[in-house]
Design a protein around this ligand. Structure first.
Ligand SMILES: [Zn+2]
Length: 552
């Protein structure tokens, strides 16, 4: 998990998709077992995989593993060139930054990467910003549809802009209640994502963009920022890299507070002001210099892809995705240096393999073909999925749906299953119907404020118009007290997410994960067997793109 949007969650959906009965699928689904899941997770998260960093020996092992498993299942190569691989050309950047910040004449002592992160995506060995004025720009958002502009015409060209993470939590006038008509209320919109922050900084011509980290609004603790940014960064090779804001960074909350206090300001007051439409940028009595030395290299990474040919509609595809990559290893760490990524995402990869196995147990293939796409570089910004969605092996117009798996439930059976962005597409109705046959229910994202919709591979398919289903573990655990599911979720986020401790745990119970994977197998089977293609629902931001694609 990259660290994702709920588009107006609605729990009631009007079903337009016919539910096919799934007798053949029900027995094939039994091929998915807890032992099967666990073995793949153990293999993929073993220390020998070295944390599965793209472009490392760990990649070779992980890619070889996925490929050999697909082959062993008797699945066909998914690339029309006759291979199981899609080459993904990436550029790697390793930043060695030095930041100097003074506020109110005092030096703010900053240790990298403990206190700050500074990267540059410019394709040169060194990028410098000298003695730039620092301007606090609130949330840094320009959102015409909400009549919101944090810049108010203030020129930030050549300056260092300091921004809050997430989107403005606008309050109802004279009240403390959240205004749900603004920025989708509690849900995070794209304006809240760090990628947006750097895009607007680029548009404004800033010299550097620094995001103030806060655990709640970011959706993850500082250790995640540190762990995912202080190693090599990747991107899909693009001619636009030089146009980006020269320095892209983060600052830890305590250091931001110190900087603001030294500059004669108060973090809490500034934050409160930033949630109001009349907020204006605050020029701080502070300066920032950055010297970012960068090792740049081009590397080839790989998506692994296998195919099960359909029957009469074999030129149309249902694509299951799960990213194989994780954060690799960090030899500067004391103790455990390997980011095993057992949950993130050896587990989703294991579900991909178990679901693929179930498809091979069907007595007859579904009408549409199924692609099993094990993508690279999710942790580096959804890059393998971005590469596929912009360089598809089969036309997107003929791509019926994407079903993405990032993480699985490791704490037992649930009576529910979470859909991120519930109500976006008819895929949600198919899922709801399958769950009903299992006496389970669908649940909207319990934490829409964390922007999970933007944080995994399905988003790259959605952006290109392909209806995409993003699911997450349920939270109502059978036989467990209320609150157990959220408690376990929070424990994972706080203790293990994007840390070397994301490993197979002795107390795992994969019985719920088996049911979830069986459900996703049946959903894909129904989508691949039903005459009508899935559709985005009216009002979703991805519908226009799909509609224009389908009429061409
Ligand atoms: Zn992740």
């Amino acid at each position: 998990m990259l660290g994702t949007l709920s588009l107006g969650a609605c729990t009631k959906s009007t079903s337009t998709a016919a539910t096919t009965s799934t007798p053949g699928a029900d027995s094939a689904a039994q091929a998915i077992t807890a032992n099967g899941l666990l073995q793949h997770i153990k293999d993929l998260s073993s220390d020998s995989m070295e944390g599965r960093g793209p472009g490392t020996p760990g990649e070779q092992k992980a890619v070889a593993y996925m490929q050999s498993q697909f082959k062993a299942l008797g699945l066909a190569p998914g690339n029309p060139d006759g291979t199981y691989l899609q080459n993904v050309d990436l550029i790697g950047y390793w930043s060695h930054p030095k930041a100097t910040i003074t506020a109110g004449g005092k030096n703010v002592a900053l240790t990298y990467p403990h206190d700050y992160i500074a990267n540059s995506r410019h394709n040169r060995p060194e990028t410098k910003v000298d003695n730039s004025d620092i301007v606090f720009v609130g949330y840094g958002v320009v959102a015409p549809e909400y009549h919101w502009d944090d810049y108010k015409g203030v020129d930030v060209k050549g300056k260092t802009i300091l921004m809050l993470v997430n989107d403005p939590p606008v309050r109802v006038a004279n009240d403390t209640a959240l205004d749900t008509t603004m920025f989708k209320g509690r849900a995070m919109t794209y304006y809240g994502r760090w990628t947006y922050k750097y895009e607007i900084a680029t548009a404004k011509g800033a010299a550097a963009a620094i995001i103030i980290h806060e655990t709640g609004p970011a959706g993850y603790p500082w250790a995640v920022v540190e762990g995912s940014n202080s190693n090599e960064q990747f991107d899909v090779i693009s001619p636009d890299a030089e146009k980006r804001v020269p320095v892209e960074g983060w600052i830890a909350l305590d250091k931001a507070k110190e900087l603001l206090a030294d500059a004669g300001q108060n973090f809490d007051s500034l934050k409160a002001a930033a949630a109001r439409p009349d907020f204006k940028p605050v020029a701080l009595n502070a300066k920032a210099s950055f010297d970012v030395k960068i090792d740049v290299r081009k590397i080839q990474s790989h998506n692994v892809v296998a195919k099960l040919a359909g029957s009469d509609k074999k030129d149309e595809y249902v694509i299951y995705t799960a990213h194989w990559d994780h954060l690799g290893k960090d030899t500067t760490l004391n103790g455990d240096q390997i980011y095993n990524g057992a949950i993130d995402n050896a587990s989703g990869s294991s579900a991909l393999l178990e679901i693929a196995k179930a498809y091979t147990k069907l007595s007859a293939p579904p009408r549409r073909s199924i692609l099993f796409l094990s993508v690279t570089a999710e942790e580096k910004g959804l890059l393998g999925a971005k590469y596929y969605a912009t360089h598809p092996l089969y036309p997107l117009k003929q791509t019926a749906a994407n079903i993405n798996m990032d993480g699985i439930n490791q704490w037992g059976r649930t009576s529910d299953y979470t859909v991120i962005g519930l109500g976006n597409s008819t895929l949600d109705d198919v899922l709801t119907n399958v769950l009903a046959t299992e006496h389970r229910t669908v649940r909207p994202d319990p934490e829409p404020e964390k922007g999970f919709y933007y944080r995994s591979d399905h988003f790259e398919f959605a952006k290109q118009g392909v209806p995409a289903l993003d699911i997450d573990a349920g939270i109502d655990f059978i036989g467990k007290p209320n609150g157990y599911g959220m408690q376990k979720r929070n424990e994972y986020t706080d203790n293990d997410y994007h840390k070397p401790s994301d490993e197979v745990k002795p107390d795992w119970d994969l019985s719920g994960a088996v049911e979830d994977a069986q459900t996703l197998f049946k959903v894909g089977y129904i989508v691949a067997s039903t005459p009508a293609l899935p559709e985005w629902k009216a009002g979703t931001e991805f519908k226009a793109k799909r509609d224009s694609m389908m009429t061409k």
